[in-house]
Design a protein around this ligand. Structure first.
Ligand code: FPP
Length: 246
């Protein structure tokens, strides 16, 4: 029996977030340029998105490009942007067939115009789809997202729209890029690194963390299913004791 058939669909997480890491090392191991790794990373993205739709997962959020990634060599940044433009353009048909709604979070204004336009076009075209919400975290930093929320809330207080004593977790979440989405229950990171790297810091407060040594271009839907199975074996207590949650 494959991993997929062992998954208990009644206990499926609603939201899975992934830190796709290891493209560069994968390419280096093969004596190729880093961009070769990113190209093969797209193959993994396609396969995992398909895996998610086969399970009827509600939300999948991929760390595609961090704010810090802008500091990479210019040629690599340009190549990733070009790859994104081409991939998003090509994938629209597939998203429509699979009922996937594309979404993006991050400081999108920093993206090159062509990339920004292609992304918005795909977001608009898929806006009516009711299946998987596929969110790309692009030019994303969780600390920047939190600061942005704090500033938005401060402005509302300043303008008299909100009282300081009424600020609570719901108000805060409504000011994050991810407003309206459930928090991820499972966070997967590939490539054997045990870090969160400024990703969804508020949102993963209670997420189960899953680390695998596989490099992202080697990660496929079977690996994704294996991570979900591992998640399903864990007991989520949210600070309570075992007897309370069972
Ligand atoms: C991390 O590997 C990967 C990235 C920073 C880029 C990820 C982008 C893609 C897979 C393209 C996705 C495109 C779409 C449209 C979703 P790394 O370069 O940090 O690898 P390393 O740690 O081995 O150097």
């Amino acid at each position: 029996m494959g991993y997929k058939d062992q998954i208990d669909l009644s206990k499926l997480p609603q939201h899975i977030a992934i830190i796709m890491d290891g493209n560069g090392r994968w390419a280096k191991e093969k004596g190729k340029l880093r961009i070769f790794g990113h190209h093969n990373g797209v193959v993994s993205v396609r396969d995992v998105v398909e895996g998610a739709t086969l399970l009827n997962l509600k939300y999948l959020t991929l760390y595609t490009f961090s704010t810090e990634n802008w500091n990479r060599p210019k040629l690599e940044v340009m190549a990733i942007m070009e790859l994104m433009v081409g991939t998003i353009h090509k994938e629209i048909k597939n998203f429509m067939e699979k009922n996937v709604r594309l979404n993006a979070i991050g400081n999108l204004e920093m993206l090159p115009e062509k990339c920004y336009n292609e992304l918005n076009n795909a977001i608009e075209k898929t806006a009516g789809n009711t299946g998987l919400v596929l969110t790309l975290a692009l030019s994303y930093s969780s600390r920047a997202e939190i600061l942005r929320a704090v500033k938005n809330i401060a402005l509302k207080v300043q303008d008299g729209e909100l009282k300081a004593e009424d600020i609570n977790e719901d108000v805060f979440e409504n000011n994050l890029y991810t407003h309206g989405m459930p928090n991820p229950e499972l966070l997967i990171r590939t490539s054997g690194e045990y870090r969160i790297s400024n990703y969804l810091l508020w949102q993963i407060a209670y997420a189960e963390l899953y680390f695998t040594s596989k490099l992202w271009p080697d990660f496929r839907k079977e690996d994704f299913y294996e991570a979900i199975l591992d998640y399903q074996k864990r007991e989520r207590r949210f600070g309570m004791i075992s007897e309370q949650v069972n």
